[in-house]
Design a protein. Sequence first.
Length: 150
Amino acid sequence: MDVIDKKLLSLLQEDTKKTTKALSLQLNLSVTAVYERIKKLEREGIISKYVVLLDRNKINKGFVVFCHIKLVQHSKDYLTRFENEVIQLTEVLECFHVSGDYDYILKVHVKDMDEYREFMVTKLTTLQHIGSTHSTFMIGEVKSTTAFTL
């Protein structure tokens, strides 16, 4: 990956809807050269997918909770089963297996506290092997980005 690839990736991270023509003007390359570079970055897995980022408040998912999960046991079977079950929960946008006092941290997006309570009671606490949970509620967002500095 050279300097031009890094600049191209920065531009695409800002706005993936830019045309190859617009990118070519910014990079001082031909449209074909930009197209080929993008295809190469996709083939190499550096670009894994293109997504649309939604405003969570406008779709009634503005209540963000970080839920810390401790399993009753750390066996491979328990971990695998929990991970397979949590993947199915649509309210969970991110799940991290972590070190420390808890085993997992979930990032949950719901409408409000009532919806979070319903999620906890009807979905999360019904998963097997959960020993304890601890919820932290987002007060405000200081930084949120999907862009890497290259």
